[in-house]
Design a protein around this ligand. Structure first.
Ligand code: PGA
Length: 258
């Protein structure tokens, strides 16, 4: 279980799955299912076109709203992109930067991820920064080297209090959407590496307060054992976040019981 210094945090990444009526009904179901969840912070990340409608549904609840991506410029001729101020203006508090689908399908580099994270933080948004190794990198015993490189490059210029508003999501690429969840020991080892990286590079206090979510085929069934590991402070959930009861069960597994 996460240390008492850290409030667990669970994100629901709806990806490109909900049209407006589907998003509204999922958000309504979640407000009911999570009414008594207590304990963990919860961030719903619907597609951009659903943000305002979901904001209106969850506005009077403890549920928070996140974007799935953000552009690094403030405004201008960037067709199709969404700025941090635009997100903020529809009630968004969080944004995911560097999700593996953006890194691998859209070719986002660590440099781009860093620019996005810095802009989001400068604009008052909090950041869920996603990192993780591919299957080939794990098989080649390069997991720690990959995490080191991704953290070093994605966190350039982010020090001190800026990191209070950053959560790291450790999401092994081979576990995302595949049903191949990392074992609790594999996840714990990676989380512990990330926490020591932070202690070495940004100091003990930052490392102690840093929240590290696990993501990759988290389900209502496996969430409890994953969340029982000492350095796992919550989850970033894709598929199971589309089912209100499953997501609520994951949130309950993450949070200290109330
Ligand atoms: P998954 O996705 O839970 O469907 O594996 C996790 C994620 O991409 O954040």
């Amino acid at each position: 279980m996460t240390s008492p210094d850290r409030v667990p945090i669970v994100g629901g990444n709806w990806k490109m799955n909900t049209d407006l009526p589907e998003a509204q009904s999922l958000a309504r179901a979640l407000t009911l299912a999570l009414a008594e969840a207590g304990g963990a912070e919860v961030v719903l990340c619907p597609p951009f076109t659903n943000l305002l409608a979901v904001h209106e549904i969850i506005a009077d609840t403890p549920l928070q709203l996140g974007g799935q991506d953000v552009f690094w410029e403030e405004r201008g001729a960037f067709t199709g992109e969404i700025s941090a101020a635009m997100l903020w203006s529809v009630g968004v508090q969080w944004v995911i930067c560097g999700h593996s689908e953006r890194r691998h399908l859209m070719g986002e580099s660590d440099e781009i991820v860093n620019r996005k994270a810095r802009r989001a933080l400068d604009s008052g948004l909090k950041v869920i920064l996603a990192i993780g190794e591919t299957e080939a990198e794990r098989k080649a015993d390069r997991t720690e080297a990959v995490l080191d490189a991704q953290l070093s490059a994605s966190l350039i210029g982010l020090e001190g209090s800026a990191l209070d508003n950053v959560v790291i999501a450790y999401e092994p690429v081979w576990a995302i959407g595949t049903g191949l969840t990392a074992t609790p020991d594999q996840a714990q080892a990676a989380h512990s590496f990330i926490r020591s990286w932070m202690a070495d590079r940004r100091g003990e206090a930052c490392s102690r307060s840093l929240r590290v979510q696990y993501g990759g085929s988290v389900t209502a069934t496996n969430a409890g054992v994953l969340m029982s590991m000492p350095d796992i402070d919550g989850a970033l959930v894709g598929g199971a976040s589309l089912k209100a009861d499953d997501f609520a069960a994951i949130v309950r597994a993450a949070g200290p019981s109330v």
